[in-house]
Every structure is written in structure tokens, then in C-alpha cells.
Design a protein around this ligand. Structure first.
Ligand SMILES: [Zn+2]
Length: 83
């Protein structure tokens, strides 16, 4: 069964495991090996319930690592060393 992307309506979602980056509050973080349905057209990623939970825990942890002021952009490589 082919699922169409809910965001662009054109891409056919492909189940895959890939590294993805999240942009959040002006910073980006890299998550490796995220399993989900990927849209080849617009880049949308649809996560399953377990993956969404895992990813949001990573994002919350990422925010907790941020200094409260004078935040400096943290590269994905730096973030991985700290996680
Ligand atoms: Zn799409």
C-alpha cells in the first residue's frame, strides 16, 4: 500500500532508516538512524509512535544542554560528543 505525503500530497512515502536533522530555535541537531516514512518530494518525515517518542526525548535532552544565555550554535559533531 502506497501512502502519499500529507504535506505536499505528491510524494510517495518510502519506509527507510536515515539520519535526519531537526531545526529548532535556530539550532540544528542530527539524529542518526531514524526509522520513518520519508517523502522524496518535500523531505517530510512521518515517524511511527515509538520513533516519535524517542526523537522527542532526544530533542528535549538537546534543549537541556543549551546554556540559558549567550547560546552559541552547537554543531552536530559537538552535540554527539556531549550526548
Ligand atoms: Zn512531501
Amino acid at each position: 500500500m502506497v501512502k502519499n505525503c500529507p504535506t505536499c500530497g505528491e510524494g510517495e512515502l518510502a519506509s527507510d532508516t536515515r539520519p535526519i536533522t531537526f531545526a529548532r530555535q535556530g539550532e540544528t541537531m542530527l539524529l542518526e538512524e531514524v526509522h520513518g516514512d520519508f517523502c522524496p518530494c518535500c523531505g517530510e518525515v512521518i515517524l511511527g509512535m515509538l520513533e516519535a517518542e524517542r526523537v522527542s526525548r532526544r530533542i528535549l535532552g538537546f534543549n537541556a544542554l543549551k546554556p540559558t544565555s549567550g547560546a552559541k550554535a552547537r554543531s552536530p559533531e559537538e552535540f554527539q560528543r556531549h550526548s
